[in-house]
Write a protein that binds this ligand. Structure first.
Ligand SMILES: [Mg+2]
Length: 365
């Protein structure tokens, strides 16, 4: 099989109403992506996710640098292609960030082609582990800009829908307000529901130490991204001092950075995101690394779960997957949760194929 054409796209899918966390305001979700065509008729779809900024730079990287290198290559040689692109012309200016997210889109499209050509959903093509579905937790009721009333209504609705886990955002200017919201949510969802909080890097080490300890009383399943993602030492101090496990990974770009976090005991739930670590090829290596340390993998869903449902279903150490339903309606086989569990995809591929009418409706480039 040979690659014959590489087409990039940017879709902006509206989020209603717009949401915030401690560092982002999002009015729509950006899919910077690529369609890769082959001489055997298989077309692979891959994308990375953004808050709608920088999509142009990601697809420029593919158009100008990665795309031309792909023509004539066999998609089944995905690991060789990955090395060629990673260590190619862009290596000087980018081993993380924009170039890595562009490589993620390409790599995902190649795995989509391989699974389609093998007539298997990706999770089976990779070797399945969870035939009964994947436990889901819901993030879509806990945004930082929600009033306390809306927050409590949404988390209660989520539990009533059958979800056994919820996550809310913290990182208000005054941590007393976070404390009040966390206490109210715990009371609303009861003791049996798994409950996580996400700081989105908003605290410094002192704030995290003080408020992390105060919040322990609410039996939190994890404390997510309390500090700057480059601060391995700070996270190690928190992991040692707090009785709440530290979760992070959505801003960690390479297996080397994960190696340092994991080997130093600075992360206790590995949230490796396929849209950040340059695709499935590197994601699988990080998951293997985490497994060797018995660190559970619970990906952050920059893809909104479409690809990660396959990866979690194929990974022994992956225990749970985030659910945010913002873009599911644009896909031919949307990620679907029933009674708190992802229903595993059945169609061949990586569940990245987009309905043509949605593709045209949301396309901005
Ligand atoms: Mg997060």
């Amino acid at each position: 099989m040979k690659i014959t054409k590489v087409e990039t796209f940017v879709l902006h899918v509206p989020i209603n109403p717009p949401i915030t966390d401690a560092i982002n305001v999002a009015t729509h979700w950006g899919l910077s992506g690529v369609k890769i065509h082959t001489d055997e008729g298989f077309v692979g779809y891959g994308y990375t996710g953004t808050c709608g900024h920088g999509d142009d730079m990601i697809v420029d990287t593919i158009d100008r640098y990665y795309g031309p290198e792909l023509i004539g290559k066999d998609p089944f040689m995905v690991k060789e292609i990955w090395d060629t692109l990673r260590f190619g012309k862009m290596h000087w200016i980018g081993r993380a960030g924009i170039t890595h997210m562009a490589l993620a889109a390409v790599d995902i499209a190649l795995w989509d082609i391989m699974a389609k050509a093998s007539n298997q959903p990706l999770w089976k093509y990779l070797g399945g582990h969870k035939s009964k579905g994947i436990k889901a937790y819901n993030t879509n009721g806990g945004w930082l800009n929600w009033s306390k009333e809306r927050l409590l209504k949404d988390v209660t609705d989520i539990v009533e829908q059958g979800f056994t886990g919820v996550k809310i955002k913290v990182g208000k200017a005054d941590p007393h307000e976070d404390y009040d919201r966390v206490r109210a949510v715990r009371k609303a969802i009861g003791d049996q529901t798994i409950f996580m909080i996400d700081v989105n890097q908003q605290w410094n080490i002192n704030t995290a130490m003080t408020w992390g300890k105060k919040l322990e009383e609410f039996d939190l399943f994890w404390l997510e991204e309390p500090l700057n993602p480059d601060d391995i030492l700070g996270h190690k101090k928190l992991a040692d001092a707090l009785n709440v496990p530290i979760a992070l990974g959505e801003h960690v770009y390479t297996k080397y950075a994960f190696r340092d976090y994991i080997s130093q005991g600075a992360v206790e739930y590995c949230q490796v995101d396929v849209t950040r670590v340059a695709g499935i090829t590197e994601w699988l290596q990080v998951a293997g690394l985490a497994a060797a340390y018995d660190i559970p993998v619970c990906p952050h869903v920059g893809d909104m779960g479409q690809i990660h449902q396959h990866l979690v279903a194929a990974t022994q150490g992956a225990v749970m997957l985030e659910y945010i339903p913002w873009i599911r309606d644009i896909f031919v086989e949307p990620a679907t949760v029933k009674n708190g569990f992802y229903i595993l995809p059945e169609m061949p591929g990586a569940s990245t194929e987009i309905i043509p009418s949605c593709f045209e409706a949301y396309r901005v480039r």
